[in-house]
Design a protein around this ligand. Structure first.
Ligand code: SAM
Ligand code: SF4
Length: 466
């Protein structure tokens, strides 16, 4: 895609003009937009700009209440769990915010070999994980991109006891269409890539050298992924680099572009906020920091703008912020994460190989207990992707609310699997009560299906999904 075409994806002038025109909105207008949000059909750019202006505490409370309502209606109380698996921190790029940047000599470089990746996988499986996000810097060992394909193969083929990773999502640098085809053939779930900032001038300021400096190559990555047949893609912004209001509207333009061209938008949106990273001034002093109130606003506005797109919250955030945003719109969380290659299976300090500091250091079992005590159902479901319910097919089920028939029982059966195979006694006792309470609240048909699946798991079957 040439730079002229990539300018068609993001039109900075139109975003800035919408933000200027809707820089102030009265309470009547805000309430009109909040009322429309409850129809759960999404919002247009102007309506989103109106929500971005909210600062009055009463309107803010109404925004959060509306987001809670929409989240509950569409996603119920489910929260999908995953863990990142960092295979390598080698990188050719100079992204000023990241500890893995090429010129940062304070970080020890390491690309795990395949036996080491198997050990990392085993360690995640033994904690109870079923979904991983493979992450790497933009430079691979000698074999090049094949390293990523081999790593995927290793992860899928590693087992321990009853367990195995059932879905691998991938967050690696933009690829060619041919490479994306190979990635699809390797059986990935979602291909994830963040634009970091959609604002060109800022993008150029923070990406000093390496292939990532090319804004056009990065923003057109999802087009190539979709051309190659990957219909579950995840996009995101690294909040703190530029004005968050601009970034949200640009995200919407990116989504509209994908919808217009391929008939389907992204499966997920990630909302990383800049965290301190060794050897990065920008990461420690973000140019346009997003405070906690605005961060909650971002999640709530996204929930209302694109009701059927998953929102992912990582362990960059503290347990408190994570809990608050579950209610506002988050549908997937990472847990027990390490951002250093080898971090799960080896006793080593995170300090000199990690990508950034974490806000939530708790092990998976503790996160699950906490999530369950809050009344959310931790889900390790991988059903949709394995039954081919991806891209447009997924959205066709999600929009009329039909996907719940699958998600609810699948969440319960995978949660019970976790409780039986990996949980501490305390978590198991809290979790089994939650499962029973949840069953009581289900429609009779769904309850029947869920009970049958749960019985299968109680009787020793594993990987039960519909
Ligand atoms: N190297 C590939 C890339 O840059 O797209 C993929 C992996 S990169 C390790 C994953 C993401 O980490 C980046 O897209 C960026 O948003 C995020 N990241 C980098 N530095 C960060 C920091 N200091 N705080 C929070 N997130 C950060
Ligand atoms: Fe490399 Fe990705 Fe970090 Fe940039 S964000 S330095 S590309 S690992």
């Amino acid at each position: 895609m040439d730079s002229k075409t990539d300018r068609c994806i993001i039109d900075q002038n139109s975003i800035q003009s919408i933000l200027r025109q809707h820089g102030q909105a009265d309470s009547v207008h805000v309430r009109e937009v909040l009322a429309k949000s409850q129809e759960m059909t999404g919002l247009d750019m102007k309506e989103i700009a109106v929500l971005c202006t909210i600062s009055d505490p009463q309107l803010l409370a109404e925004l959060f209440d509306t987001a809670r309502l929409v989240k509950e209606q569409i996603y119920g109380r489910r929260l999908v769990l995953f863990a990142p698996l960092y295979v390598s921190n080698l990188c050719a790029n100079e992204c000023l915010y990241c500890a893995f940047r090429a010129r940062n000599t304070t970080v020890k470089r390491r690309a795990l070999n395949q036996p080491e990746i198997a050990l990392e996988t085993k360690s995640l499986v033994e904690q109870g994980h079923k979904r991983v996000l493979l992450v790497a810097g933009e430079s691979y060992p000698q074999e090049g991109f094949k390293y990523v394909l081999k790593s995927i193969n290793t992860i899928y083929n590693t087992t321990s006891g009853n367990g195995q990773i059932r879905r691998i999502n991938v967050n690696v640098a933009p690829l060619t269409v041919e490479e994306f085809r190979e990635l699809k053939s390797a059986g990935i779930g979602t291909y994830q890539l963040f634009q970091e900032t959609y604002h060109r001038q800022t993008y150029e300021k923070v990406h000093l050298s390496g292939p990532k400096r090319d804004y056009g190559w990065r923003i057109s990555a999802m087009d190539r992924a979709m051309e190659a047949g990957i219909d579950d893609v995840g996009i995101g912004v690294l909040f703190g680099l530029f004005d968050w209001r601009f970034e949200i509207l640009a995200l919407m333009q990116h989504i509209h572009h994908l919808e217009d061209r391929f008939g389907v938008g992204p499966h997920t949106i990630s909302v990383p906020r800049l965290e301190p990273a060794i050897g990065s001034d920008i990461a420690c002093h973000p140019p346009q920091p997003v405070d906690d109130v605005d961060f909650r606003k971002i999640v709530a506005i996204l929930r209302l703008s694109i009701p059927y797109t998953g929102i992912i919250m990582s362990t960059r955030e503290t347990p408190k912020m994570r809990q608050e945003t579950f209610a506002l719109g988050v549908s997937q969380i990472s847990a027990g994460s390490r951002t250093n290659p080898g971090g799960y299976s080896e006793e080593q300090s995170q300090e000199d190989t990690a990508q950034f500091s974490l806000g939530d250091h708790r092990p998976l079992d503790e996160v699950i207990r906490d999530v369950a005590l809050l009344g959310y159902i931790p889900s390790f479901c991988t059903g949709c992707y394995r039954l081919g319910r991806t891209g447009q097919d997924f959205m066709d089920l999600a929009k009329p609310g039909l996907i719940k028939e699958h998600c609810d029982p699948n969440a319960l059966s995978t949660f019970l699997e976790y409780l039986m195979d990996y949980a501490t006694d305390q978590t198991r006792s809290i979790g089994t009560k939650l499962i029973e309470n949840t069953l009581q609240g289900m429609e009779p048909d769904h309850q029947k299906r869920a009970r049958t699946m749960l019985d299968q798991v109680w009787n020793g079957e594993r990987d039960v999904f519909c």
